[in-house]
Design a protein around this ligand. Sequence first.
Ligand code: SAM
Length: 273
Amino acid sequence: MLKVNVIVTILIVGVNFMIELNGNEFYNKDCIEVLKSLPEKSVDLIFADAPYNIGKDFGNNSDKWKDAKEYLNWCYTWIDECFRVLKDNGTFYIMTSTQYMPYLDIYCSENYFVINRIVWTYDSSGVQAKNKFGSLYEPILMCTKSKKSKYTFNAEDIMVEAKTGSQRKLIDYRKSPPQPYNTKKVPGNVWDFSRVRFKMKEYQNHPTQKPEALLERVILASSNKGDVVLDPFSGSFTTCKVALDLGRKCIGIELNSEYFEQGLKRCGYENEV
Ligand SMILES: C[S@@+](CC[C@H](N)C(=O)[O-])C[C@H]1O[C@@H](n2cnc3c(N)ncnc32)[C@H](O)[C@@H]1O
């Protein structure tokens, strides 16, 4: 992935910095600060997997707010900035914890147009719940800027097998002559991808790393080659890694400098760390 002529620009501002590599931008900074500095309507796709306000250890106390109101107000600020930098026909995906998604859903419904409410479901190998049902999903919203947005949706690139339960091919008799039903379909809104485990090839040292397969579906569906994909909470840089593999440009922002360095390496830029 690393090109021979790597164009590198490094801007060091205090202890935080930005690196530009082959037209991709990597920021080790607070995302609101960076989002405010980006031009309006300049990004095709945003995938925002925000801190959840449940006290996860991201190494920087970044996952605990004084109360729900403070957390939600903080979310509203970066959601608004995402709206500003997103192109009119761009797509915004947002994730947060199950307990806060209802509030963000209401805010996004008022400020964007919600196309899909997606459930990412997985099996759990972790501690099993004993006195309630186990938590085995995470919610994702897929939004456009308005109901009329002509957003990208590459249905052909994300087809999955259509399981009918039948052993033989079903025939569509409405066609003349009758033909077998299509065996491929666009995925539904419940996505079953395994969580990233310690021994998996894609594993990085990050507590809430998302699966590459999930990001592949998002990026293939909602962007085209050469488009700009932005992740304001890059974490282990799954979004940037997959975007680059799929021929897109990326802008990755991450507050934690260790995750940032690990992410640059993951994206193929070891020598620049
Ligand atoms: C839920 S994780 C993202 C995980 C990521 N999707 C992945 O696949 O690895 C949220 C990340 O946001 C970072 N973060 C928290 N506050 C931030 C801020 N204000 N600006 C930028 N990054 C922040 C945390 O350090 C953490 O790595």
